[in-house]
Design a protein around this ligand. Structure first.
Ligand SMILES: Cc1cc2nc3c(=O)[nH]c(=O)nc-3n(C[C@H](O)[C@H](O)[C@H](O)COP(=O)(O)O)c2cc1C
Length: 185
């Protein structure tokens, strides 16, 4: 559904309580431009993809995930990098949402950010995710990028993003996402 207010659905590729990527989504919720809302969907209840289960009907958590995607104007994914790629948790959820009928990911504007305690800020993971967007036929925003390296020094023990430079980058990124999403209408 498209309304004047842009509804963004946030997804974190980490289930960890103290996740830096979940912290990025919480920070994003504080830094939204006017006319944008952010709802975060927790991927924890999504089961592992199994075509036999699918043949019996989407599980409730998958149905709910697909409905929230369909209702959103854009997706915002915050993902860690696992072994130079995206975590299985995220890929699995995307796989469920990519299935017919009416795959809700198709033609959906999407933007990504990522945090790592390492030095590369999820750059390899994000490039891999862009490849998945080809398969799902999504419309990714190319720039600006949000690559948060040394996240352990930028997110405090309560899970708050304290680094002002990163907060400012996320504010600009969200403003760009608003403009990008409106352009796709
Ligand atoms: C299985 C696994 C593989 C990882 N591989 C990478 C990697 O390739 N590159 C990287 O920068 N960090 C890697 N890490 C470290 C993660 O970036 C770090 O655990 C990060 O905090 C996870 O994100 P989260 O805080 O949102 O849970 C890996 C962690 C795990 C558990």
């Amino acid at each position: 559904m498209v309304t004047d207010v842009l509804q963004v659905l946030g997804i974190a590729g980490s289930l960890r309580r103290g996740s830096y990527n979940r912290a990025l989504l919480r920070a994003a919720a504080e830094l939204l431009p006017d006319g944008m809302t952010l709802e975060v969907f927790d991927l924890s209840p999504i089961p592992l993809y199994n075509a036999d289960v699918e043949a019996e009907g989407f599980p409730a958590a998958v149905r709910s995930f697909r409905e929230r995607i369909a209702a959103a104007d854009a997706l915002l994914i915050a993902t860690p990098e696992y072994n130079y790629s995206i975590p299985g948790v995220l890929k699995n959820a995307i796989d469920w949402a990519s299935r017919p009928p009416e795959p809700p990911l198709a033609k959906k504007p999407v933007a990504m950010m990522g945090a790592s305690d390492g030095g590369f800020g999820t750059v390899r993971s994000q490039l891999n995710l862009r490849q998945v967007f080809v398969g799902t036929n999504m419309i990714p925003m190319q720039k600006p990028e949000v690559l948060v390296s040394r996240a352990d020094q930028k997110i405090d023990s309560s899970g708050r993003l304290t680094d002002e430079k990163t907060r400012s980058a996320i504010r600009d990124f969200l403003a760009a996402l608003a403009a990008w999403t409106r352009k796709q209408r």
